[in-house]
Structures are given as C-alpha cells and as structure tokens.
Design a protein around this ligand. Structure first.
Ligand code: ZN
Length: 157
C-alpha cells in the first residue's frame, strides 16, 4: 500500500567568488531543495537550535557537491553569501530537472499517479519554477542502482 511521507524542505541559493576566473559569480543553485530526511539527526536538531548553524551545515553540503561536480579544490572559490529559506512541508521536492520523494509506492503507476496529483495541486504558479515537471511526456522514474536500493523515488523530467 502507498505510504506518503512528508519532509521539511529548504531552498538554498548562494553567491561565490571564483578564484580561478577571478570574478564574483551570481547566485547559483546546486541543490534547490534539501529535505530534512537527507540530514543527520544532529543536523536536524541544529536547524531548530540555530539558523546560523543550519546555514553553515548547508554550506558544507553545497561545498561537497560543488567540489564533486566542478572538480574544484577547497581554495578555488569562496562563498560570499548563502541564503537558506524554509520552503514548506511536502511529499515531493524539486532537484535538478527531477523530483524526489521518500514516499513508498508498490508500483511505478502509483508513483506517477501521486506525482500527477502533486503537480495538479501546485497549479500554474509552480510551473514557472518546475524545470519541466508539468510536461508529463518527459516523466521517467529513475532506475539507477542507488534509487532501486534506497527508499526513494526520483522522477526525471
Ligand atoms: Zn536514481
């Protein structure tokens, strides 16, 4: 039976100084939304204790993905501003041209049906920032080893 799981979501944006190109880079998004489920228990506690410590924790997460994606070293850039804002409580969240959920579905059809319902609920306001999520013909459930093993569903779009 389908089990819907909701998560607290945070929107992250930042500006950085690129020492390789010697320029200030505009606000970029690496991981538009971070689910509380992806954080450790200690990190989740910190969110409620201090907004500042949450920011520094997110900075660490962004740095890690930044190094990995771009092949930068720790000294290649410097963060100038990082903004973390609460984005609400929901069962699907936007990542890079995909949506993720921790909800458990028995079949792919159930996952597509719930995502369809989610997109309908969001309405047209959401479409501008959804990276193509409203184009149903693009939807494809990720079948990578990680997704198959883990308790998560990713729909690429
Ligand atoms: Zn995957």
């Amino acid at each position: 039976m389908t089990k819907l799981i909701y998560s607290h979501l945070y929107h992250i944006s930042f500006t950085y100084f690129d020492r390789i190109e010697n320029k200030e880079c505009p606000t970029s998004l690496i991981q538009p939304y971070v689910s509380e489920d992806k954080l450790t228990t200690k990190e989740v506690e910190e969110i409620y204790l201090s907004r500042d410590s949450f920011s520094s924790m997110v900075k660490g997460m962004v740095e890690r993905s930044f190094y990995k994606d771009r092949g930068y070293t720790k000294d290649s850039f410097e963060f100038r501003e990082i903004k973390v804002t609460y984005a609400g409580y929901d069962r699907w969240w936007l990542t890079w041209f995909s949506h993720e959920t921790k909800s458990q579905f028995d079949t792919d059809a159930e996952a597509y049906a719930d995502f369809d319902k989610f997109i309908e609920e969001k309405g047209s306001v959401y479409e501008e920032k959804s990276m193509g999520a409203e184009d149903r013909w693009r939807w494809k459930i990720c079948q990578c080893e990680h997704c198959v093993k883990s308790k998560q569903t990713i729909i690429n779009h």
